[in-house]
Design a protein around this ligand. Structure first.
Ligand SMILES: Cc1ncc(C[n+]2csc(CCOP(=O)(O)OP(=O)(O)O)c2C)c(N)n1
Length: 553
């Protein structure tokens, strides 16, 4: 059957079960947007900035555990999207970015918006596949999806030479490559079971690749039957129920002293579905790199990644879901006396740290109170998204998650992910409550995607932690150059009015008395809401105050 290469690509996306693609349109791939009109099962979501579109594809992938898809225009569109590609690479999120390219005859001539994608994205993708021959387009797309989700998941770029898309081609539509799953070696499973049976103070660190209902349920059963405390890793808060008695504390990027000191008493670390990196490892101190201070079992679906930085005692290249079910099949060995006490000690520190004791500031609202009010009204299957910044320490501290929740936030810490992730969640997991936390700095980076939320009827609730500052950087300034404040103060628009201008309900929390009523009003409103929370700059993080910094002593 002959058709255009663009039509072949559209059919290939359908054969790969793609139902949503996020885009900012461009003249370089008009043929594809046109071809997609004839594939109504694929929803093309039009966004306002490629950074937003890219973050939406990444959030969709994380929320649904399948590759996200993004279409962006050449050169400037691609550079705009690079923040999302970088995020997907660091956070091990499968995504396929289709990027327009100049016509074949003008390649290498510095044609309009030309860019060498293989060079540009060589460091932040798993592969760049340049397609100049339409006959190869279905194969290229099939390869891209396969690479994106295999081994360490990540982003793949597929470039589409503009004139190639109009070529008449005969190549067939390829179906998806079968998922190649990696199961753990039986001997390793037995060894780990034995180690877990002997350890007095083991700790499981569970990361974002523990995903899907059955893997999450298996993690809980594993913790219960093997008598283990579980600590979700940085920005993977929902992988273990915060209310569960085996909850061993949240291993965020700056885990507070009482918790991290206790975690360091562990005599066996089992890291499952978490690559480990600077944030989770507390800057390579837990576990210490390259030689961990305690035995380390590392489970990650890519042998090349295990042992790259840390020397594990046992490395298991397996899908975490397979590892967990293999462990459940192995008989739980029983645990030494005192294991319950160990779990109890960790759980007590977690509870003590995360119980909100109301505090008031004289320069605005303490965000912890808002988070505590949201916690009381949050649905068990709510999607919570967070941007990067110090404000997020409040929600990581005081928001309790269940495995039925979805948390979307990124370890790499690029600002701008919060709002688009919430918009994507509303589109790809409709019907859930969507709560987005973002700083005033981060909101002004991608808050324009509120227009996308309104266009697609996403009832996102955006809470802006507005301290009129790039607060995180202010904190670093005060630490390294006490009292020498520069370039961090912000003069903001009226966010409630801005929200109204987009078509959302705009609300404000200006003092402690507003918190309960405004949170209740925001969460019960049917449509999108923007809440301008005038937060205290003094309480710029859940663990540190400005007045405690050297210049104010
Ligand atoms: C895209 C991007 N640019 C710059 C930074 C550096 N950075 C990290 S946090 C931060 C400030 C965030 O400010 P805001 O969103 O207001 O949150 P706050 O720190 O006040 O809680 C900056 C500029 C970054 N992480 N990502």
């Amino acid at each position: 059957m002959s058709r255009t290469a663009a039509q072949l690509l559209a059919a290939t996306l359908e054969s790969h079960d793609v139902d949503i693609a996020y885009c900012v349109p461009g003249e370089s791939y008009l043929a594809v947007t046109d071809a997609l009109i004839d594939h109504p099962s694929i929803r093309l979501v039009v966004c306002r900035h490629e950074g937003g579109a890219g973050f939406m594809a990444v959030a969709d992938a994380r929320a649904r555990g399948r590759p996200g898809v993004c279409f962006i225009s050449r050169g400037p569109g691609a550079t705009n999207a690079s923040i999302a590609i970088h995020t997907a690479y660091h956070d091990a999120i499968p995504a396929v970015f289709f990027i327009g390219q100049v016509e074949r005859f003008e390649k290498g001539r510095l044609a309009l918006q030309e860019m060498n994608y293989s060079k540009t994205f060589s460091d932040t993708t798993k592969a760049v596949i340049e397609v100049d021959d339409g006959e190869h387009l279905s194969e290229a797309a099939a390869r891209a999806f396969h690479i994106a989700r295999s081994g360490t998941p990540g982003p793949v770029v597929v470039t589409l030479a503009e004139d190639m898309l109009d070529d008449t081609v005969e190549a067939p539509v390829l179906s998806p490559r079968p998922e190649v799953r990696m199961a753990p070696h039986a001997g390793d499973v037995a060894r780990v079971a034995e180690m877990l049976g002997k350890a007095e103070r083991p700790l499981v660190i569970a990361g974002g690749l523990v995903q899907g209902d059955s893997a999450l349920a298996n993690l809980t059963s594993f913790a219960e039957s093997f008598d283990l405390p579980v600590a979700p890793s940085h920005r993977r808060a929902h992988v273990f129920d915060s209310y569960h008695p085996n909850y061993g504390g949240y291993l965020g990027n700056r885990t507070p002293g009482p918790l991290i000191d206790l975690m360091k008493e562990s005599d066996l670390l089992l890291v499952v579905g978490e690559r480990l990196g600077p944030s989770v490892s507390q800057s390579y101190t837990f576990p210490t790199a390259p030689t961990p201070q305690m035995p380390l079992v590392h489970v990650w679906p890519d042998a090349a990644e295990i042992g790259r930085v840390w020397q594990p005692t046992v490395g298991i290249a397996a899908d975490p879901a397979h590892f967990l079910s293999a462990m459940l099949d192995a008989r739980a060995p029983g645990s030494p006396e005192g294991r319950g006490k160990w779990i109890g000690r960790l759980n007590k520190v977690h509870r003590d740290l995360t119980t909100w004791e109301p505090e008031s500031a004289n320069d605005g609202v303490v965000l912890g109170g808002v988070v505590a009010a949201i916690n009381e009204r949050m649905d068990a299957d709510a999607v919570v998204t967070s941007d990067a910044g110090n404000f997020s320490s409040w929600l990581h501290r005081y928001l309790y998650f269940r495995q039925s929740n979805i948390f979307l936030g990124y370890q790499v810490g690029g600002m701008g992910g919060g709002v688009p992730s919430g918009v994507a969640a509303g589109i790809c997991t409709p019907g859930r409550q969507i709560i987005t936390f973002v700083g005033d700095g981060g909101f002004m980076m991608t808050g324009n995607e509120l227009a996308t939320a309104v266009q697609y009827d996403v009832p996102i609730k955006v809470f802006i932690a507005n301290n009129s500052s790039y607060g995180t950087i202010r904190m670093h300034q005060e630490g390294r150059y006490p009292g020498r404040v520069t370039s961090t103060d912000l003069k903001n628009p009226d966010f409630a009015k801005l929200g109204e201008a987009y078509g959302a309900l705009g609300l404000k929390i200006e003092n402690d008395g507003d918190v309960d009523t405004v949170v209740a009003e925001a969460l019960s409103h049917a449509g999108p809401v923007v809440v301008d929370v005038r937060t205290s700059l003094n309480y710029l993080s859940a663990y540190r105050k400005l007045e405690d910094m050297p210049a104010y002593q």
